[in-house]
Design a protein around this ligand. Sequence first.
Ligand code: PMP
Length: 386
Amino acid sequence: RSVSSVTIPPPACMLLPLEVPNRYLFGPGPSNVPPRVLAAGGRPIIGHLHHEMYEIMNDIKKGIQYAFQTNNHMTLAMSGSGHAAMECAVFNVVEPGESVLVSVNGVWGERVAEIAERMGSQHYSDKVTVCRLQALAKHKPVLFFLTHGESSAGLAHPIDGIGDLCRKYDCLLLVDSVASLGAAPLLMDQQKIDILYTGSQKALNAPPGTAPISFNDRACHKMFNRKTKPVSYLFDMTHLSNYWGNDGKPARDYHHTGPVSGFLALRESLAILAEKGLENSWRHHKEVAEYLWKGLEDLGLKLFIKDKDLRLPSVTTITIPDGYEWKELLAYMIKHHQLEMTGGLGPSIGMVIRVGLMGYNCSTSNADKALAALSDALKHCPKRKA
Ligand code: PMP
């Protein structure tokens, strides 16, 4: 018997057609992708180093500059999800042994602290906003991380003033806007954010898998004057800046094969945001969120973030109603309404149900659908506890 003969047969599932349900994705992401963006992602593949692709990447850069409100030249999209942008930011600006200060308001701060720890940096967590000034002075971090839209808690963290504080202590400000970009006001340059990233699959409504990121001159100075190479080859900004035509060199060399379809879809989702206008998009998310919050309260539900001004308009957290098993409520809505909401994440697991109405999904008619599904689930799911 030859060693090259096939011993593993084709799997039976592969001989069946692909099945994908049509669902309302009203959780914290991914959100539903509008037909125009899906169609863009379905256009023919071209080479990642063809000149037409460079033009599309240039458009994406401009689209991100608008969405982030930045003039930063060092703006691009990561080949990877939001985590790729998180790691890219930390890997490139921090060297082993340097310290990073992380504001932990939910799971994302915890993740960044872990990324910093894995690459051998000292990290300090700071849960309390009032401690921040002392913590900056005490630990002399090179980077301070804050999540703008903390999707695990449903919190929109204020940003104003923090950039000035970081400059005073010669520290870079890194902000995560994966869950908030396009939904809540954020102005990278004016708010003195040194590094900002987001994801494709939330209010931008592109498929998951690409992540816009931008570095200002302070961040570029730090990352391009380091003594050691970043731990990741794939996320090394010396290479990525060349791939995105940002390093001033005449040619772009092969570094990795970018997700061509993902970039086409991202370009289209950024175009939709540019057509709609950021201010309109922010206003629209706020209005629909307020409509949803009122509807939830009318159902007798409690919102997890009490202060309206601190609530994230894109992802609302509902305190799990007394007596109910949250998993049963979610399963009921998927089964009977084809509608996804999710439970908590990290520290908020077992505390909240999360509803996200983002971008294309953000409408009062979708809020009504979410409210009807929840109300139905509350009627039909048993109360397990007194
Ligand atoms: N940051 C925030 C605030 C998020 O909500 C998410 C995704 N839920 C991420 C980062 C990570 O993004 P991804 O799942 O695309 O890696």
